[in-house]
Design a protein around this ligand. Sequence first.
Ligand code: G3H
Length: 525
Amino acid sequence: MTNSNISSIDSLLHQTTYLDNGQLVEWKGQMDDVYSTISSTETYQPTHLGTVPHMDEPTALKVLDSAVRAYDQGQGSWPTMKVKDRIECMSSFVEIMKTKRSEVVKLLMWEIGKTLADSEKEFDRTVEYIYDTIEDYKQLDRDCSKFEKVGGINAHIRRGPLGVVLCLGPYNYPLNETFALLIPALIMGNTAVFKPAKHGVLLLSPLLEAFQQSFPDGVINVIYGRGREVAAPIMKTGKIDVLALIGNSKSAIALQDQHPYKNRLRLILGLEAKNPAIVLPSADLDLAIEECINGTLSYNGQRCTALKIVYVHEDIKEEFNKRFSKRVDELKFGQPWEDGVKLTPLPEPGKPAYIQELIDDAKEKGAKILNEKGGKTTENYIYPAVLYPVTESMRVYQEEQFGPVIPVKSFNDIQDLLNEISKSNYGQQVSLFGDNVEALAPLIDVLANLVCRVNLNSSCQRGPDVLPFTGRKDSAVGTLSVHDALRSFSIRTFVASKDNPKNNNIIRDLLKSNKSNFVNTDYLL
Ligand code: G3H
């Protein structure tokens, strides 16, 4: 794709269909406009990208019924299918998906303002995630292709699906994070209703046909619209077995509250975080500064794994603040496809004003903006402000800013800092910068109990996707990774038979006849 291709919108994309029961059904009702905050004209104006259905409750419930029918209380062809056949569907999907790379990447840039390099990475990482999931599922199946004999019982233990999944992804990784839920959910034999987030919706259009062509009717269904109007009524029916959501705890709790049988509802949630960086006196400052730049500002800080507060030891705070602020001001703001661009338009039109509120509040309570460009605002951006000294009373300390503003707080006594972090509502990850093993060891031991990933001398991140991704407190429910997600979306279930000649003959016949997809010891190559 040439840059002229990606830097202009030649035609609008009207997504007039939704995916229901294997059919791309024409939506005849209200449509919602999709705008990009990227301007293609000299005087600023948002760019019209197209439209998507504004679906209503009755249609959402009809689509839900397609997923419920396809699962059919575990009797549907998808949940009872041979593992190898489900893998074939997924393989067919990923092959078609790969042909849509340039369309999806372009829409990622326009819809959510992600840089070209990061948009390509998001696509490629998702494709790799699917391949890795297929391989991991094969291994899981191989490990289950056997009987265990214990206490006079022969047990054939597998992992079975959970039921119907409502899948809701976030706008910052509308492809990767959504698929990191959807792919394991489907491959394990669940059926799904998927609703894209508020931003990053059209980029799924090129993949709708791939879904339709690759999976049996009703296995994957795609709806559009407001969460309140379509997702909440779906939950209210009590027909959802798994709520898989990457977003914030407020929406997760509101949706759970709708469900009439809470004990039946499984939760797989990736929620808010406020990952701290801790810069110790022994830290290599060049490295710490570069990692903190990436950690706080890649994709403008709109990552759940972003560093959202930086704690610097008193002894090095002046040096750190000076050099860090200078580096922030060197970052180039521009359109996502421009060379060397690091900061890009914010997809949420109200975000610059919100960040400005946080800055004003911090300034009122005694913080200063350390960098010259900090807080400079345009129609679609607010240049990252490094705020120091930040205190616990400030909103920027308390709230997950999810955008370009960097609170810095100094510390003297590491125990005080640990006490402070342990009071936090969040518990995803931490970045620890330092070289002194004596100081690091006790810190690591405590931090590992406060969060779920301690990054030594590097910024926080989710990847590589084979590593466990989870959090404590308000940051997550359940664990995701290629390997763990297959477990999160399934349950152990088994066939047990007393070890006697009659039963053993039946088992032998079952295996020989190849009639059961469950009692099966075929080895997947
Ligand atoms: O929004 C949270 C994402 O999981 C972050 O993923 O660390 O790979 O950017 P990442």
